[in-house]
Design a protein around this ligand. Structure first.
Ligand SMILES: Nc1ncnc2c1ncn2[C@@H]1O[C@H](COP(=O)(O)OP(=O)(O)OP(=O)(O)O)[C@@H](O)[C@H]1O
Ligand SMILES: [Mg+2]
Length: 261
């Protein structure tokens, strides 16, 4: 069995990905990607539009099936066959580019969507889920209440709801695809703070962002995607914005920074 390529960490990686491939027709969206994801690290994923970042993530969350490749979870070979198996068995939680919350439902129902407590009476289940929701919201210092309709919350508060789900169900790996794209600058620090907090709790985080300053602020390692492949993996030590842009784009591509959002 293949294990870590980074021997210094000792224990096997949370996830070892080997030679993952996924095509859509003639488009090689993910083309032979191998990567180790360690417990308690924040990995930043960067790359131009259509580089394959979201498709790569979809192979981990079970929304797409890879065409070929191997996945090891704590050294054990696994198959990620559905979003449910990704969430339940591997404890991977995805926070989507467009959040994918149900605006017409109250916050507590969003938190428990697909994972409702069904063991007791309807009344009791509801009571427990609301109480659990309240607890996790308090932990996050969120102003929102469990019974608030999600559609009435601000973008930043909705982001917190998505993160609260990850905390509530003790996820090992939290995946964020452009989490700060839809929220105000004031809330971005809050999200970055939460990402650090998840790491402090020894969870692993995959963060995709076009905001390179966010990546530089929180990532331990930075994975540069290009044309469906990993172009470079950088330790986030003494890396400048220029270094990162240089790794992402050809030198000839002037104004590369403006390319992001
Ligand atoms: N469901 C799909 N069907 C067909 N092609 C797809 C599908 N999903 C992604 N692709 C293609 O795969 C390639 C990689 O797209 P992907 O969304 O993974 O890129 P990305 O790095 O997340 O880009 P962005 O930064 O713009 O979000 C693109 O060429 C895209 O058009
Ligand atoms: Mg994407």
């Amino acid at each position: 069995m293949e294990s870590s390529s980074l021997a210094s960490h000792g224990e096997p990686p949370l996830l070892s990905l080997r030679h993952l491939k996924k095509s859509f027709g003639a488009v090689h969206a993910v083309d032979d990607v191998s990567l180790d994801i360690f417990t308690g690290e924040v990995l930043g994923l960067v790359g131009d539009n259509a580089a394959g970042k979201s498709t790569f993530l979809s192979l981990l969350t079970g929304y797409n099936m890879m065409d070929s490749g191997q996945i090891f979870y704590k050294g054990r070979p696994v198959q990620i066959k559905s979003p449910r198996s990704s969430r339940r068995e591997l404890k991977i939680e995805m926070i989507y580019q467009n959040l994918s919350l149900a605006p017409d439902l109250p916050l507590w129902q969003n938190l428990f969507l697909g994972e409702e407590i069904t063991t007791g009476s309807l009344f009791n289940n509801r009571r427990i889920m609301i109480a659990e929701s309240r607890k996790v919201l308090e932990e996050l210092n969120a102003k929102a209440r469990p019974t608030d309709l999600v559609g009435t919350l601000s973008g930043g508060e909705q982001q917190l709801v998505a993160i609260a789900r990850a905390l509530l169900f003790s996820r090992n790996l939290i995946i964020l695809d452009e989490p700060t794209a839809a929220i105000s600058v004031a809330k971005i620090d809050e999200v970055l703070r939460l990402i650090r907090r998840l790491r402090d709790e020894n969870r692993s985080v995959l963060l995709v962002s076009h905001r390179l300053e966010d990546i530089l602020a929180v990532a331990d390692r930075i994975v540069v995607f290009a044309h469906g492949t990993i172009k470079q993996i950088m330790d986030n030590r003494d890396i400048s914005l220029e270094d990162l842009v240089h790794a992402m784009f050809d030198r000839t591509q002037e104004g590369a920074i403006e390319h992001g959002h």
